[in-house]
Design a protein around this ligand. Structure first.
Ligand code: PLP
Length: 406
């Protein structure tokens, strides 16, 4: 018998989404007739559009031919895709060697933890995407979990609430080695302004910290004044890694494709470029993203693919405004849903899991309890706009009735 990894044993009772599914299954056992609609897990629902699908099909068919077959590729990604990501999404700011293609951001976050190791200190926005904290726990960066405060020792939680415009008070934030920062934010829907991001970059310079900037929802920003990338901020190349994902951009949640940018200027204290270690780690424990997925990524960045991408974003953002409209007559304050596919609803002093249960029982809707994203999420519920239009319209009607009955 071998001993269980004590860090895994420290993980808080269950990852948020499996717990939501457990409650959903339980509800359906007791109400088998219920027509549940999920506004919970942020998974995409709409088919991959035709131009990109055609290229994916061709990539698969080519693998079945002698001429078209390819095996292991470059661990860091197809050179053509690395180049195209820089050209189409970053105004050609990065050399091919600074762009790393992957099988998605979640996997990159896990591998980044492995690269930085257990000795680093970490700050996260509170609330935030749970993977930042959980992957830090698994690698052994944290002490135990404290159910009464809903946090882990040794993680710095930066409260992001309506009172501070969902941007942390950096004067009150202690120095950490790493700062995970997500904008547009999952779950609050907040998009960091240029001034706020400039403040964050200065803070990282002052503390010699590294920002891991998660831009998984950047394509949803329609306000041209809001930064889509941390690299729009001067001085960011020396302090920031950016993570990108094709998941919410073009429905590749199942295809699996993402990227990371690690500029040559980002170095450790001994002068070693961080991307040297990232490249080494990628070659050692990751054999590169699927060749078919990468062909899909190339197609998504073609002019035809970019049009399809915009159409998909518009569809989901129309869903967001339909859901937001459902709250028009209610007194609950709704955040997000404008430059981001998530709505973040403040139910005041109520507990998130209680609201979750009430909406599940009374409106037959699955939502996500805000407290699952961190202690400052207590009292909030997150709604996702990823869904078929007919379901979103029905969900909006049910929400209106639910809110009227309160
Ligand atoms: N980052 C954030 C903020 C997310 O919300 C998600 C997925 O929901 C991811 C990363 C994961 O993306 P991927 O599908 O590329 O692993």
């Amino acid at each position: 018998m071998i001993k269980r990894n004590p860090h895994l044993a420290k993980l808080n009772a269950g990852y948020l989404f499996p717990e939501i599914n457990r409650r959903k299954r339980e509800f359906l056992k007791n109400h088998p007739e219920a027509q549940l609609i999920s506004l919970g897990i942020g998974d995409t629902t709409e088919p991959i559009p035709p131009y990109i699908t055609k290229k994916l099909v061709k990539a698969a068919a080519d693998l079945g031919t002698k001429e078209g077959y390819t095996g292991y590729g470059h661990e860091q990604g197809m050179p053509a895709l690395r180049k195209k990501i820089s050209e189409q999404l970053y105004n050609n700011q990065f050399k091919e060697e600074e762009v790393f293609v992957s099988d998605g951001s979640k996997c990159d976050i896990g591998r980044l933890q492995q690269m930085f190791g257990a000795a680093v200190t970490t700050a996260v926005q509170d609330p935030s995407y749970p993977v930042y904290v959980d992957s830090a726990v698994i690698i052994g960066q944290t002490g135990g979990y404290h159910p009464e405060t809903m946090n882990y020792h040794d993680i710095t939680y930066m409260p992001c609430k309506p009172e501070n415009d969902f941007f942390p008070d950096l004067n009150q934030t202690p120095r950490t080695d790493l700062i995970y920062f997500c904008s547009p934010n999952n779950p609050t829907g907040a998009v960091t302004t240029r001034d706020q991001l400039t403040e964050l970059v200065k803070f990282a310079h002052k503390n010699r910290s590294i920002i891991i900037f998660d831009a998984a929802y950047a394509v949803y920003i329609k306000d041209p004044n809001l930064p889509k990338s941390i690299y729009e901020i001067p001085g960011s190349r020396e302090v920031a890694i950016e993570l990108g994902s094709f998941s919410k951009m073009i429905g590749f949640t199942g295809v699996r494709l993402g990227w990371s940018i690690i500029p040559n200027e980002l170095c450790y204290e001994d002068g070693t470029p961080v991307n040297k270690d990232w490249s080494r780690l990628t070659s050692t424990i990751f054999n590169g993203a699927s060749n078919m997925a990468q062909m899909g990524g190339l197609a998504a960045l073609d002019p035809e693919g970019l049009v399809e991408m915009q159409q998909m974003v518009t569809y989901y953002m129309e869903n967001a405004s339909i859901l937001k409209q459902a709250f028009a007559d209610s007194t609950y304050k709704v955040y997000g849903g404008v430059n981001t596919p998530y709505l973040w609803i403040n139910f005041g002093k109520r507990r998130s899991w209680d609201i979750f249960e009430e909406i599940l029982q009374d409106a037959h809707l699955v939502t996500t309890p805000g407290s699952g994203f961190g202690p400052a999420g207590e009292g909030f519920i997150r709604l996702s706009s990823f869904g078929h239009r007919e379901n979103i319209l029905e969900a909006a009607n049910r929400l209106k009735s639910f809110l009227k009955s309160r």
